[in-house]
Structure formats: C-alpha cells, structure tokens
Design a protein around this ligand. Structure first.
Ligand SMILES: [Mg+2]
Length: 95
C-alpha cells in the first residue's frame, strides 16, 4: 500500500480530503456499473480492468490518508478470518 505515496500526497494537497472521498465513491460506482454491464455482455474485460485500476488507486489514496499501516493490519486480520472460515466445514460461502 505504500507505493505511490508522492502522488497521493500531491493529489491530497491539490484537491483536498473531501474531494478524495468523493472520487473514491465515484470510482466505486463506476466499477459497480461496469460489473453489471459485464454480466450482461455490455462491457468487456478491459473496461473492468480499467475500473479496477481506478478503484485500486483510490483505495491507495484513502489508505494513505487514513494510515497505510492500519489498513494493512485490518487486511491481515480479515485474511486470518477468511483462512479460518475456509478451514471450517460449516462455512456458508460468506466472508
Ligand atoms: Mg473509473
């Protein structure tokens, strides 16, 4: 998550925190729409990849803003939980 910190700092300085949250919401919405279109053959794989890249960048931006180390720790905790769920016979498919 610590990659691209210089560009995240510059974006934050130029547009501010609130704009970054708004942009993250917008990029997530675009990915949702692309996935819905993909399911109905109205979007191709490259469009999904492009929207994933936008969301990944905004996840990086927000992680930078909120604390990369905190996000990394939360991810590790969720991965550990997922490992436990996958090892359980009673797993219903939801993380
Ligand atoms: Mg986008």
């Amino acid at each position: 998550m610590k990659k691209h910190q210089t560009i995240y700092r510059a974006a934050l300085d130029k547009w501010g925190e609130e704009a970054q949250f708004d942009q993250a919401v917008e990029e997530c919405a675009e990915l949702i729409i692309a996935l819905k279109h993909f399911k109905r053959n109205r979007a191709n794989r490259q469009q999904i990849i492009d929207e994933l890249a936008d969301v990944a960048l905004m996840v990086g931006q927000l992680s930078y803003m909120l604390g990369d180390d905190l996000v990394d720790r939360a991810i590790e905790a969720k991965i550990d939980k997922l490992k436990c769920l996958l090892a359980t016979d009673a797993w219903d498919g939801r993380p």
